[in-house]
Every structure is written in structure tokens, then in C-alpha cells.
Design a protein around this ligand. Structure first.
Ligand code: MRU
Length: 352
């Protein structure tokens, strides 16, 4: 049973697993101010689309609890400012914007004293967290009927970390893998290393080791070779934002993986909660792609690995076109990308 919870509410504070120091150190970072939560999201102490949604929801409560007024209007104005700071942290994962909107909507719609609104905001953050845990477990369950029938035990390739660390605690893509493992249908996981930040090698591999799920780490440029050799039965990845037409943004390198999966007739699935779908966007080219600091590319630890005088481009995500995706596994059911729109009514809180 998984016991990795990246965000924990405890004694009026949030405890975050510091994902920048795994796997060499397991440390918890205490967060009691919303500004520190914004920093933790930006610096990727907490990362992964649903996890930053949960973290931002608690960030909203931490900001709310420190607003020193009994006047509702002043309180809501100050809360808008907290929301804006949290929105500025990472642009691609829509769960962040969705969670902040849901918290704001709750505050605006609650009739009561400022103190009562604050208490309801804490409950809403906890609810977002609990819902995500259940949602990810449902995604895992929903993957079982769509698994390839052969071989009896599957080798599944995944990219980045879409595990417990990236969610409230079970995972989307790695949640699927957990469920396949529990159903005795898993041979092993192939984890792409995931340059430049190595979430696959550091985080996915760490999660698998915690649960004794057999895992083989490969560098990203080995995936095509592994598929050509017939080593991979299925690819499952997470997503940061999915447009209405099924185009899916995920960690840089996902698109290339989808291309080679298609080439080798390997089924390519995206596992994501409906909170990752941005129904306001028609296609994936409207998804904002975060660019991160070039030091992620040119530096390994404290060692600079590139010569002086080169330029850098460091997009953190890419968009996989819907036609390369076999299916999207959600908490409701698995759909073809073009059917995603039919789930719109199942999901009530949209980002604004
Ligand atoms: O930059 P990161 O580490 O936040 O990127 C994470 C990913 O791309 C994940 O695959 C995605 O957020 C899905 S997490 C369930």
C-alpha cells in the first residue's frame, strides 16, 4: 500500500516532501506562509500537476488565515492578491489555476463571517486533496479493462514522474502502474530518466523502489531502441493540461515518445484526472509552455557541462497531438481523445 504523501496538513502548517533532494535525502519542508508555498511550487520542492493544485489550495488557506480584517470585502480583495501570487508560479499545469479558482469561488460564495470563510477554505483544500487521492485510485482501476491482453505480464514505459509525489498520493500514470502491479499484470516499469531535471530517474524510480515494483531506468534517447527491440508493451504518461480536442501537454520528451510509440505500434495512453482538462482551450497549441532556467540544462550538480558561448532553450513541457494518443484514462472512464469533450459535464469546476 502506498504511503507517500507529498503534501500533508499538520498542526496548522503544510509539510512538503522536498522533491529536489530525493532520492539522496528524504526531508520535509514546513510551510506556514503563502509566499513560501509560492516559492516551493516555483522551485519544484512540490511538483506534478495535481500536487501543485493541492499545494496551491493550502497556499490559499495560509494566505487567507493571515488576512487581518473582519470586513468581508477587504478580505476578498486581499485573497485575490494571494491568488495572483500563487498563479504566477508555474504556467502549464492547469490544476494549479483550477484549484485556486475553486478556493476563490468558495470564498466568494460563502455567506458568513471572515472567520467562517477561513474555516471553509481549509475544509475545501482538504477536500481537493482527498478527492485527488480517490480520483487517482479510480484512474488506476479504469486502466485495467484497457490493458493489452498479451503478454500476461506487461512492461510499461513511463516518462517523468506522474506518481504519488506528483499528486495527493497515488499517482496518475504511476497510479495505473500501481494498479496493474496489484492486479498481477506487471512485469516491470521502464522509467525514462527525463532530462533535464531527471524526475524519472530520481522520483519515479524512488517510488518504485519504495514499493518493490521492478524498475529499469533508461536515458530518454534509449526509448526508441527499447521499442524496436520489442521490450515495451505499453506507454503510460501523465499530463499537465489537456485541451478539449485531446491534445495533451506533459513533460518535455513526451511528444517524441508518442511518435516512436506510434511508429512501433505500442499503445500510448495518457492518464489524467478531469481537473487536468482545460475545456476552455480548443487545441493544444493554446497551452502555455513554461520555459525554465537554462542552468537546468548546462549544470549537473555544481558542475557546468557545456562550453561557454552556447545558447540555450529549455521548454519544460511539450504537446502530444491527440492523433498520437490511444486513449485518455480518467476517473470517469477511458476515452479516445476525440471523445474527451463528452466528459465536460462530469466536471464542474473550471479554471478562470
Ligand atoms: O515539471 P514537473 O515535474 O512538475 O512536471 C510533471 C509532469 O510533467 C507530470 O507528468 C504531470 O504533471 C502529471 S503528474 C500526475
Amino acid at each position: 500500500m502506498n504511503t507517500i504523501y507529498p503534501v500533508v496538513w499538520s498542526n496548522n502548517k503544510v509539510l512538503l516532501i522536498d522533491q529536489t533532494s530525493l532520492p539522496s535525502q528524504y526531508t520535509l519542508v514546513e510551510i506556514s506562509r503563502y509566499e513560501d508555498m509560492a516559492k516551493a511550487i516555483k522551485t519544484m520542492i512540490v511538483r506534478g500537476a495535481p500536487a501543485i493544485g493541492v499545494a496551491a489550495a493550502y497556499g490559499m488557506y495560509l494566505g487567507a488565515k493571515d488576512i487581518q480584517t473582519k470586513e468581508r470585502e477587504i478580505f476578498l480583495k486581499e485573497l485575490d492578491k494571494v491568488a495572483e501570487i500563487l498563479r504566477q508560479t508555474r504556467p502549464t499545469a492547469v490544476n494549479l489555476f483550477w484549484a485556486i479558482s475553486r478556493m476563490l469561488k468558495t470564498a466568494y460564495e460563502t455567506i458568513g463571517t471572515v472567520e467562517e470563510i477561513k474555516q471553509i477554505l481549509l475544509k475545501t483544500a482538504q477536500k481537493i486533496q482527498e478527492e485527488d487521492l480517490k480520483t487517482c485510485q479510480a484512474i488506476g482501476e479504469n486502466s485495467l479493462p484497457i490493458l493489452p491482453k498479451q503478454p500476461a505480464k506487461l512492461t510499461i514505459l513511463t516518462h517523468c514522474n506522474a506518481g504519488a509525489l506528483a499528486t495527493a498520493g497515488y499517482g496518475t500514470a504511476l497510479g495505473v502502474i500501481r494498479s496493474v502491479w496489484a492486479a498481477n499484470r506487471l512485469n516491470r516499469v521502464f522509467a525514462d530518466e527525463t532530462r533535464p531535471r531527471l524526475q524519472g530517474a530520481k522520483l519515479t524510480a524512488w517510488e518504485c523502489v519504495q514499493e518493490k515494483i521492478p524498475v529499469t531506468v533508461i536515458s530518454d534517447n534509449m526509448a526508441a531502441h527499447c521499442m524496436q527491440k520489442g521490450l515495451i508493451d505499453m506507454v503510460v504518461v501523465g499530463a499537465d493540461r489537456i485541451a478539449s480536442n485531446g491534445d495533451a501537454a506533459n513533460k518535455i520528451g513526451t511528444y517524441g515518445l508518442a511518435v516512436i510509440a506510434k511508429m512501433h505500434h505500442v499503445p500510448f495512453y495518457v492518464a489524467a484526472p478531469l481537473s487536468t482538462v482545460d475545456f476552455s482551450l480548443e487545441t493544444g497549441d493554446l497551452i502555455p509552455i513554461e520555459e525554465r532556467d537554462p542552468s537546468e540544462l548546462y549544470q549537473i550538480g555544481n558542475t557546468v557541462i557545456y562550453p561557454d558561448g552556447v545558447d540555450y532553450y529549455n521548454p519544460a513541457f511539450d504537446v502530444t497531438p491527440a492523433h498520437l494518443i490511444t486513449g485518455i484514462i480518467t476517473e470517469q472512464k477511458t476515452v479516445k481523445p476525440e471523445e474527451l469533450i463528452t466528459l465536460k459535464s462530469e466536471f464542474s469546476y473550471q479554471s478562470s
